[in-house]
Design a protein around this ligand. Structure first.
Ligand SMILES: C[S@@+](CC[C@H](N)C(=O)[O-])C[C@H]1O[C@@H](n2cnc3c(N)ncnc32)[C@H](O)[C@@H]1O
Length: 367
């Protein structure tokens, strides 16, 4: 067919295409609506109102001017549609009621409870002007013929990588929000992993949590499995701030140079920030730190394994997380084939995807 002509969609296809075009072009309004709810503290306020509220009560608790009531109703309508809140609209009493959902419950801030890690700063970080500007520059970034290692769009635009020692020089507030957001993101779901993956930790004598941050994960492991001797390896600037509680053995260091020996090494949400070459180097250091498979040696990886069979919602979440990495880091999310290649390149002989937990998986890799 000539490129001077184009196949005309049917009327039904055209109408659907138009609606899809609106939705996909305007997804940013969904993100910004969520950000607005977090900035206004709507989830926390509904929680303090008992988990359910009418619009006038919400307006009053938020101290918003009455003239904004109909606008708040419109924001809430979008947030209900996207599952952030639930609503009883046109209920018998004639009063519309808004409730928290599991999604907005993880956005409730300032409540101290086991297994509750408020995701407020994750939302504020990933919808921040710096993140969105980096995404805005994607087309320009594609056109540039960068020398490897290819910098992210974020680094290309702002001159410093994200989550780097130099990031505070770019914007101290951004650095603070991103670090709080990362910690919240990484800590969500540890208890689920421990409950669902009993076989992984059962019988394990020692474990090094490589890039284990402030030790939150290691502490949860020790609480559930007190017999495991846990070591946390992280950069000196992170380890220096970690609480010296005597429960965890903190080791300041660099996972590219050496990993403390243990029966098992864990890499939880670490490899997705690195490119393939760096991942192979990290995995090779982990392999040196563990005994043979017969002696229980293994590397435990907790990461996304990109997989359409998880269904459209999980798959979409995985792909957006991959784009997030592409725009802001040198890493990315990997499918099973990509993971297999990395493991083999680093000298491992076998691996097993032990458990799929939501959009993430737990993988055991054997020497
Ligand atoms: C995305 S965080 C994951 C934290 C933790 N594993 C968790 O799941 O909560 C990545 C961690 O790797 C650490 N890290 C980055 N580069 C490192 C290096 N060269 N050596 C050791 N740790 C490093 C960071 O300081 C950070 O704590």
């Amino acid at each position: 067919m000539s490129t001077q002509t184009i196949e005309v969609p049917t009327d039904a296809e055209l109408l659907q295409a138009q609606a899809d075009l609106w939705r996909h072009s305007l997804y940013y309004l969904s993100s910004m609506g969520l950000r607005c709810a977090v900035e206004l503290e709507i989830p926390t306020t509904i929680h303090h109102l008992g988990g359910v509220t009418s619009l006038p009560d919400l307006m009053s608790a938020l101290s918003l001017p009455l003239g904004k009531m109909s606008f708040l109703a419109r924001l809430m309508r979008v947030l209900v549609m996207s599952g952030v809140f639930a609503a009883d609209i046109g209920s018998e009493s004639g009063v519309d009621l808004y409730r928290l959902t599991p999604l907005s419950r993880v956005l409730v801030h300032g409540v101290v409870a086991d297994e509750h890690h408020s995701q407020k700063y994750f939302v504020l970080g990933v919808t921040s002007p710096h993140y969105t500007e980096a995404a805005f520059g994607l087309a320009n970034w594609f056109k540039k013929d960068h020398e490897p290692p290819v910098p992210s769009s974020f680094e290309d635009i702002f001159g410093v990588p994200l989550c780097d020692e130099k990031t505070p020089l770019l914007d101290e507030e951004l650095d603070k929000v991103v670090n709080l957001g990362l910690a919240a993101h990484d800590n969500l779901g540890i208890a689920t992993i421990l409950r669902e993956c009993h076989d992984i930790f059962k019988g394990l004598e020692s474990l090094t949590d490589c890039g284990g941050g402030d030790g939150t994960t290691a502490r949860a492991i020790i609480k559930a499995y007190p017999h495991i001797k846990c070591t946390v390896l992280d950069l000196p600037k992170v380890v220096d701030k970690a609480p010296a509680d005597g429960v965890i053995n903190y080791v300041p260091g660099d996972l590219f140079h050496s990993v403390p020996s243990s029966q098992a090494v864990m890499l939880k949400l670490v490899l997705h920030i690195w490119n393939d070459e760096d991942c192979v180097k990290i995995l090779a250091q982990c392999k040196k730190a563990i005994p043979s498979r017969e002696e229980g040696g293994k590397v435990i990886i907790i990461e996304i394994v990109v997989e359409p069979s998880l269904g459209p919602i999980m798959f979409e979440a995985q792909l957006f997380m991959d784009m997030l990495m592409m725009v802001n880091s040198k890493g990315g999310q990997r499918g099973e084939n990509d993971w297999r290649k990395l493991f083999m390149k680093a000298g491992f002989t076998d691996y097993k995807i032990v458990k799929k937990l939501g959009a993430r998986s737990v993988i055991e890799v054997y020497p």
